[in-house]
Design a protein around this ligand. Structure first.
Ligand code: NAD
Length: 357
């Protein structure tokens, strides 16, 4: 066995289908006083329910979470927390809301209780991002890791099927890259494989019946495992490309992950055969190359397949390849600018992975 180092991330996870009876005792257990509930404007009704069950432990609602965590939104939220006398935050929502909580934790040392309602996995990581002057700065800081996470599959019952699918594929990307990470280890590989397996099964069932709570449970369980991997292993080509496309070309986060993943896997396939074998197995297609099996799954779930359908311009592909290849980073196959450019062309057109080589 290859030598490895594994550092466990501390954090309490409660998985049950009744957040409303769990929330108050879990906030009390943080021992940080009253909680401010954070959400997006769209999830205000859910936050009101949370505030109601928190009773005297609720300090109010701040419903101004937005994508990419602008620094002024963080300052406003911290001010609201201070004025309300809250000692901790409940982040109720997807990666954007949890991202706001993380930035607040860095600024004002506020413990976070996260209640995720998408499959982004952010709740299991200490990775944060803050946007200032049009640039998103990301980093890792243990203070950004939620102290408690409550997973309740019933909260995602009304997550639209299209968002559920791309969010699930976003989660699978963490696991896929975890399987070939330079700092991977046998435990993360187990989590990755089971995460992909559970997400595949859950998404297939959801596509038939989006309000099947068992299918939602499988997806959420998969999201948890994939999130642990994201928080523990170094990510490579796929995540760097998505960061470039989101940050410099404003493409939507989860949709971009869904389109890029089969192509990033095809780029890396020959350099990471064991990872590909495990991904194919987890996708339930042991005899099909992993990038093809993933592309076929995405197609069958009606996920977007082409960057041009997400608003990418063909005339920007050269610049995207330049940016993605500019700063060297570890990847199973060395980063070469022409290979990246071909990958982006295939993803732009929505071709099957590997077709543009
Ligand atoms: P999101 O949080 O932006 O949510 C998308 C939309 O869906 C929002 O309008 C939200 O209100 C709504 N929504 C969320 N849950 C819902 C539900 N159950 N029912 C109905 N509507 C719901 O999307 P996301 O994909 O979860 O997060 C994306 C952001 O998270 C990006 O900025 C990304 O960079 C970040 N992210 C960070 C990490 C990390 O480890 N730091 C990991 C993954 C993603």
């Amino acid at each position: 066995m290859k030598p490895f180092v594994y550092t466990a991330q501390a954090g309490r996870v409660v998985f049950r289908a009744d957040v409303w009876s769990t929330l108050k005792p879990e906030v009390a257990q943080l021992g940080a006083g009253k909680a401010m509930v954070l959400c997006t404007p769209r999830q205000r009704a859910l936050a009101e329910r949370a505030l109601e069950v928190l009773e005297e432990l609720g300090a109010g609602i701040h419903d101004q979470a937005i994508m990419h965590v602008p620094v002024d939104a963080v300052q406003k939220a911290v001010k609201a927390v201070k004025e309300a006398g809250a000692g901790c935050v409940v982040a109720l929502g997807g990666g954007s809301t949890i991202g706001l909580a993380k930035a607040m934790a860095l600024e004002a040392a506020l413990p976070i209780l996260a209640v995720p309602t998408t499959y982004s996995g952010s709740e299991m990581t200490s990775i944060y991002g803050i946007t200032e002057g049009g640039v998103k700065k990301t980093g890792k800081d243990p203070r950004a890791l939620p102290r408690t996470v409550i997973y309740d599959p019933s909260l995602s019952l009304h997550l639209p099927l299209g968002i559920s699918v791309v969010s699930g594929l976003n989660a699978m990307a963490h696991a896929a890259e975890g399987l070939y990470a330079q700092d991977g280890n046998p435990l993360l590989s187990l989590l990755s494989e089971d995460g992909i397996r559970a997400m595949t099964s859950g998404l297939r069932r959801l596509s038939q019946q989006p309000q099947d709570v068992q299918a939602r449970s499988e997806c959420l369980y998969g999201a948890w495992l994939c999130g642990i991997v994201l928080g523990s292993a170094g990510m490579s080509l796929h995540h760097k490309l998505c960061h470039t496309l989101g940050g410099s070309f404003n493409l939507p986060h989860a949709e971009t992950h869904a389109v890029i993943l089969p192509h990033a896997m095809a780029y890396n396939a020959a350099a990471a055969p064991e990872a590909m074998h495990r991904i194919s197995r987890a996708l339930g297609q042991p005899d099909t190359p992993a990038p093809t099996a993933l592309y076929e799954l995405a197609k069958s779930l009606n996920a977007p397949l082409a960057l041009r359908d997400l608003g990418m311009l063909g005339s920007d592909l050269d610049r995207a390849a330049d940016i993605a290849a500019a700063k060297p980073y570890w990847n199973p196959r060395p980063i070469d600018r022409d290979g990246i450019r071909s990958l982006l062309q295939a993803a732009y057109e929505g071709l099957a992975p590997g077709e543009f080589r």
